[in-house]
Design a protein around this ligand. Structure first.
Ligand SMILES: [Zn+2]
Length: 478
């Protein structure tokens, strides 16, 4: 049975659906007369206790109270009060039913159930009408003016949440079956054929509720089943999955690709460029090579990043790290002085930074790592893209590429760029990109770490979801 909750500090709506998606219980808790916040919470707890004794709840869905964070904090106070009661009831559900509640945004829940709110009309009223028109067993009491009595709109809202949860799971299962073949059910898990090892028995276990998956034969595992769909599903499977999980902002997506793609930028290597990747380096290159050695840059790094230096010209006395676009043309280069007296340390070519640094060498079918500068990238490893700064602009080619390729992103900016890092995370979440935050601890920047040390931090990266993103922003603002 599915429990759906529409929680607020005044009236909380409650609906229970059976395994066919029909209503078996619908009620509300009216807390308007109670002024004490904790007593309000206790009223809900008592109700949940009663439900526990009378129904076997297998899933809990709660209307997400955190929608406003997408468009910036409209009112921190409302938000915090709502998330407070939401958090308390979530905890109560976990304690009482032993289930982690899942959160659904009101907008996507209505969409799943098939409710369209015409412009200029109140969502509450439209939902109410839909429920009354479509459900025989939904009872409403009216005031003498013909309006539903308080509580009935909240009941209707909780029905929509429960029903959306029901449909959501059905649809997810259908998409998974499209991609992996028909499953069989074993307790809370579904067992599919494994797309990785293709073992003849169905040994690929998926926990739909949590999104975890694991193959009992080849031990492939992960915490986000969407990755499997991303890899083995058709574009239709992928877009459907994203639509029902309700995290993609389609208007933004259109906007992202509507922007005219900038003309291809081709540069020439700076005057006096000499490669350091060759076996024999002229004597003028010794200082450059020593500088790199001191920074911990290895011979392999030099070869991989095609590093060189300039012996004359505007970039004399500088290490040059070139960037090649996906067609192999030079589209940018970074120059760093190895002479301590030289100023500025970094000298940019007169060209746009809106490029994907070394797009040519990025394996877009794997996860990528985003860092600030090229020397950070050298430490972070080969599938790293330096942002050449600490921002990921809304219409940048890099963002377009990440979204198009649907790459998983590990983000490792310097600790002093926390705020900008959050902005990037938010942008990526808006496009439903899988984001991992790499905490580099007390290190000044990635470039000053050893490769081993960075790998350790990478392995401990945290998956950021819309839920814990909010926690992240809150902890930042304290
Ligand atoms: Zn397997």
């Amino acid at each position: 049975m599915i429990l759906g909750l529409d929680i607020s500090t005044s009236i909380t709506g409650i609906t229970i659906l059976d395994n066919n998606g029909s209503i078996i219980y619908c009620d509300h808790v009216d807390m308007r007369k109670e002024k004490n916040f904790f007593k309000k919470a206790t009223m809900i707890e008592e109700k949940l206790g009663l439900i526990y004794h009378n129904f076997e709840i297998s899933k809990v869905y709660i209307e997400q109270s955190l929608q406003s964070f997408r468009s910036g904090f409209s009112s921190a106070q409302t938000l915090s009060l709502l998330s407070k009661i939401n958090g308390i009831v979530s905890w109560q559900c976990y304690k009482i039913f032993g289930k982690e509640p899942q959160y659904l945004a009101a907008i996507s829940a209505r969409k799943l159930v098939g409710i369209k709110v015409p412009k200029g009309q109140k969502a509450k009223k439209v939902v109410m009408k839909f429920v009354v028109d479509n459900l025989e067993d939904f009872e409403v009491e009216y005031t003498r003016h013909g309006n539903p009595r308080p509580g009935y709109e909240d009941r209707a809202d909780s029905y929509v949440i429960a029903k959306a949860g029901y449909i959501n799971e059905r649809q997810k299962l259908k998409i998974l079956a499209n991609v992996l073949g028909a499953p069989y059910r074993s307790n809370s898990e579904y067992l599919f054929s494994c797309p990785y090892c293709e073992h003849h028995k169905r040994k690929f276990s998926v926990n739909l509720e949590k999104g975890y998956y694991k193959c009992w034969v080849c031990d492939t595992r992960g915490k986000n089943i969407y990755r499997v769909i991303r890899r083995f599903g058709t574009s239709h499977d992928k877009s459907q999955w994203r639509e029902i999980t309700g995290t993609v902002n389609y208007d933004k997506l259109e906007d992202l690709f509507a922007e005219q793609i900038e003309e291809k930028q081709i540069l020439e290597m700076p005057e006096g460029f000499i490669s350091l990747a060759n076996k024999d380096i002229p004597t003028t290159g010794f200082a450059a090579r020593n500088y790199l050695r001191k920074r911990g840059v290895t011979k392999q790094d030099i070869v991989w990043w095609k590093m060189g230096y300039c012996s004359k010209g505007d970039y004399e006395g500088r290490i040059i790290i070139p960037s090649f676009d996906d067609e192999g043309d030079l589209n940018y280069f970074v120059s760093r002085s190895y002479d301590r007296k030289a100023y500025p340390k970094y000298k940019n070519p007169p060209a746009s930074k809106n490029i994907i640094f070394n797009d040519l060498f990025v394996d877009w079918s794997s996860d990528i790592i985003l860092v600030e500068g090229v020397f950070d990238a050298v430490v972070a490893g080969r599938n790293t893209v330096p942002l050449l700064g600490s921002t990921l602009k809304q219409h940048s080619g890099l963002l377009q590429k990440i979204v198009k390729e649907d790459a998983g992103v590990y983000i490792a900016l310097d600790p002093d760029a926390k705020k900008k890092e959050l902005e990037i995370i938010k942008t990526l979440l808006d496009f439903d990109i899988e984001v991992w935050k790499v905490d580099i601890g007390d290190n000044e920047d990635v470039g000053s770490m050893s490769k081993q040390n960075f790998q350790k931090c990478l392995n401990n990266a945290t998956l950021i979801t819309t839920d814990n993103y909010l926690m992240l922003t809150l902890s930042m603002s304290v």
